[in-house]
Write a protein that binds this ligand. Sequence first.
Ligand code: SAM
Length: 186
Amino acid sequence: MLRIGHRPVRDHRVTTHVGLVARAFGADGIILEEHVEKSVIETLLETAKRWGGPFEVRVTDSPRREVFTWKKGGGVIVHLTMYGINIQSSNIVERIRRRENPLLIVVGGKKVPRWMYQAADYNVAIGNQPHSEIAALAVFLDRLFGGEELIREYRNAAIKVIPSPRDKIVRRLDSEKRRGGPSNTG
Ligand code: SAM
């Protein structure tokens, strides 16, 4: 996915959470603008290292170029915006899923440039009310993957949660597992 419109300092936490949600809800990676704070990138990389991946983080000096390069390569652009086609009152997710081309999902910040609306193959609204890039991304990915992303196993994780109704149980995975060996959970 691609996050545009990051405002240094002010959006530090929001952009971090966009990245965390992207990873936890099934995206393969995130492209950030080059002025995003190093600490945002470090948090995302550290999370992927501890909790598993794959999850790629990279920066760009031109989000516009990323979008057009992606399109040229046969990829599909989905831009999440309150002005788009309402996800609930259309079959837009089914149409996107059927395309099978690599998806680049874009979320914005305060103001998204006009070219983004034109370049997108799909401008998708998670309802037509203003809310948040974090919420929009979570809902879109969950609809796209039909909830399957929530039970996905992450590769090369150093730790994982053992679900529990009452306790906080975290299992440290052995180095064999981290190298792709048999699971020691159960
Ligand atoms: N007026 C903005 C817009 O174009 O959606 C709201 C800006 S909002 C603070 C930042 C980002 O959140 C937007 O660029 C968009 O990606 C996402 N967003 C907010 N509300 C949304 C909605 N209802 N549907 C889809 N995305 C939304």
